[in-house]
Design a protein around this ligand. Structure first.
Ligand SMILES: [Zn+2]
Length: 707
């Protein structure tokens, strides 16, 4: 039904009274619309405007769009289309809406085939709200057949978590770019409501710009009176873990401890458990069911703390969350504000503590390196697709370009919306449309990121009100000093760490040794790269189980190992050699010992750090009284670039290693020594070559592993 056919709506007091009546059906007899909610509803319903609501979580945005939906539907408008990444979390609101007589329908991958039926029901006026996830917008069938009709019939478009539209934001999602197309396909006069809880001035302006002309921006105050912000600066990771063990019991209720990396989350949980706390881990690498269980344990107060990475994302809601502690600072005030804002929603007081780390900036740099690829890589992907002359799947494309799969997919989604490629059945196709690399914009985004990082460093050291600092960083003009933070009052927590806790943390972190799992399967896509390797690697050609001192992202040895691998090529330092010897002792006699004692040592020739790797292998041979058998030498000048995907790296490594008879001559297992295991393919190929040349079992031993 078009806008022209809509019945006249009452305006002013009569409309408001009907809005209040809908709200009472949704939220109970005592519910009243606040003025700012009414302003948004009235702009959508009476004025058919596009509205951007920047309001803190808990403000009541769902009341706004369900009330607006009821009023618009009563006036004959089409169904409301809600695009939200949080559909699973909206179950409660949707049930409440249905009790109030608003009929909702979710379109997901499981029921896409029912589209004809949905359309019939939409046509018959039996659907008030259609919920779709942003990923759906990029599905070829949905985009081509469903989306245009949906856009043409929508009575109201709601864009949840609208900051994801902006690449200025901290959480840009390429799927959201498709919304720009949808916005242009809406009939004139269709109201749009975009909502976000986390946007600074620049992101707000960018989102408003993408919504079109004449957008009404409603910005609320950001402050939350229950939060007591504080910063405790400590010299190293051992002090920070020790501090947690000393203070966790003093923090109210249960809460979240954020870490910057998956490895740090696991270590922190393990240490806290060893100190008698109920703690559990939540990371993006865990299985769905485990993540849901971890969330539930926190909701039920079965754990004192959930130790999480930023994967504990938007929408997690525990109104009585008592504290948020950060073990390491996130890279922007807006990300920090969003994470601490999970605390204290429905309690009078919640503690928020930042424990900044010396290694934070190195970790930020690592994550920043995963942003949109440089122009030559993008051009290469376009050229490969152009040459192919047919659609290519991600798997087929991967071996031919130097990008990890997730980054490749992100880039393709951006190029799709730009028109240079198109997602079709069977993969991605080149369109032939001219495409320009927006260098200027990407440079400005990178500069904005750097400024946010500087701002986060300043937060940790400021002597002014911390809440005022954060709100000002988020361009909240109403901000005043909070009177509650450690700078407004006195610090709530001492930086002192008890000797027992510090000793325990230090010995926990000093304990070297992580398992390096051997690769058992060749990656897909090698045939397209011209290699005749696929499926399972025969057991007789696999590497055996391996060990490293630590992962580069570990709290304990991570910083020291990064320092060595980032520094000039030099002999192995004594402290690291001692750690390696500890690892070997534990490997020989610990809980999970090697199957048989090694009888020789081989170095994996390194182009980047030959002295480090060779001195490591020789010292281990000497200390273990084993012969040093030589080096598996890399030939040719090409080194596989770091940060590339499996198939690409394997292609670069394959056939570039030489095994001499001496290196494969030992009568028993050998240790194969390298400085860093990244993808594991260099090690896998070297072990295979050694075994094919007659060597016994090959045990990888490295200083560090990635991830
Ligand atoms: Zn303050």
């Amino acid at each position: 039904m078009g806008v022209a056919e809509l019945h006249d709506l009452e305006s002013g007091p009569a409309l408001r009274e009907r809005a209040e009546a809908v709200l009472r059906r949704l939220a109970g007899e005592h519910a009243r619309l606040r003025e700012d909610q009414w302003t948004a509803i009235s702009a959508l319903v009476s004025d058919r405007r596009r509205v951007l609501c920047v309001q803190r979580t808990g403000w009541g945005k769902s009341a706004v769009y369900f009330v607006a939906t009821a009023l618009l539907r009563a006036a004959g408008a089409g169904p409301t289309v809600i695009v939200s990444p949080l559909l699973a979390l909206m179950r409660n609101q949707v049930e409440a809406a249905e009790r109030a007589g608003i009929r909702a329908y979710t379109i997901n991958s499981a029921n896409l085939d029912d589209w004809d039926q949905v359309r019939a029901e939409v046509h018959a006026g039996a659907v008030d709200v259609l919920l779709i996830s942003p990923e759906r917008l990029n599905n070829p069938d949905f985009r081509d057949t469903v989306l245009p009709k949906l856009a043409a019939s929508a009575g109201l478009l709601v864009i949840d978590e609208a900051h994801c539209v902006s690449d200025w934001g901290h959480d840009f999602r390429p799927d959201y770019r498709r919304l720009r197309t949808m916005l242009t396909e809406l009939p004139p006069g269709t109201p749009v409501l975009a909502t976000t809880a986390t946007a600074n001035g620049r992101v707000t302006a960018d989102v408003a710009d993408q919504l079109g002309k004449g957008v009404l921006v409603l910005r609320g105050q950001l402050g939350r009176d229950s939060l007591r912000l504080g910063v405790v600066t400590l010299p190293d990771a051992a002090h920070r873990l020790g501090w947690l063990a000393d203070n966790l019991d003093r923090l109210p209720g249960s809460g979240i401890i954020y870490t910057l990396t998956v490895a740090a989350a696991g270590e922190t949980t393990e240490f806290l458990r060893s100190r008698g706390y109920a703690a559990t881990t939540y990371t993006g690498q865990a299985e769905d069911a485990d993540r849901r269980q971890a969330e539930q344990d926190l909701l039920d107060n079965k754990v004192k703390a959930l130790v999480a990475t930023s994967a504990l994302g938007m929408g997690f809601d525990k109104p009585d969350l008592g504290f948020v502690v950060h073990l390491g600072a996130p890279p922007s005030p807006i990300a920090y504000y969003q994470q601490v804002g999970r605390a204290g929603r429905a309690v009078e007081s919640a503690e928020v503590v930042l424990l900044p780390g010396n290694e934070d900036q190195a970790i930020w740099r690592y994550f920043a390196s995963l942003a949109f690829p440089p122009e030559d890589q993008v051009r290469r992907v376009l050229a490969v697709l152009d040459d192919a002359g047919r659609p290519m799947s991600l798997q087929a494309l991967e071996p031919l370009v130097e990008l990890r799969r997730s980054r490749l997919e992100m880039m393709l989604k951006v190029l799709d919306v730009d028109g240079a490629v198109r997602r079709v059945r069977g993969g991605w196709a080149y369109t032939g449309e001219p495409w320009a690399y927006d260098t200027e914009r990407l440079v400005r985004v990178a500069e904005a990121r750097t400024a946010e990082q500087r701002s986060m460093i300043a937060y940790a050291t400021t002597g002014d009100c911390r809440m005022h600092f954060l709100r000002t960083a988020l361009d909240d003009e109403e901000s005043v000093p909070c009177g509650r933070c450690d700078n407004c009052t006195a610090p709530a927590f001492s930086p002192a760490v008890s000797l027992p806790a510090l000793t325990a943390a230090a010995s926990f972190l000093r304990r070297p040794g992580v398992v390096v799992e051997p690769r058992k399967q060749w990656p897909t896509g090698l045939a397209a790269a011209g290699l005749d390797l696929s499926g399972r690697i025969p057991p007789a050609e696999q590497a055996g189980p391996g060990r490293a001192i630590a992962r580069l992202t570990d709290l304990g040895w991570g910083s020291r190992l990064r320092e060595i691998l980032d520094g000039p090529d030099a002999e192995l330092p004594d402290d690291v050699c001692d750690a390696l010897v500890e690892v070997l002792k534990d490997w020989a006699r610990g809980a999970d010992p090697w199957p048989a004692r090694p009888v020789g040592v081989v170095a994996l020739g390194s182009r980047r750090r030959p002295r480090l790797v060779s001195s490591t292998a020789r010292r281990i041979a000497e200390i273990g009284r084993m012969p040093f058998l030589g080096t598996v030498e890399p030939i040719g000048a090409v080194s596989p670039p770091s940060g590339v995907n499996s198939a690409q790296r394997l292609k670069a490594v394959h056939g570039s290693l030489t095994v001499t008879p001496e290196t494969a001559a030992a009568d028993g297992p050998i240790l194969l020594v390298d400085d860093l295991v990244d993808s594991g393919w260099t090690m896998t190929v070297a072990a295979r070559e050694l075994r094919r040349a007659g060597a016994g079992p090959v045990y990888p031993l490295t200083l560090a592993s990635m991830g």
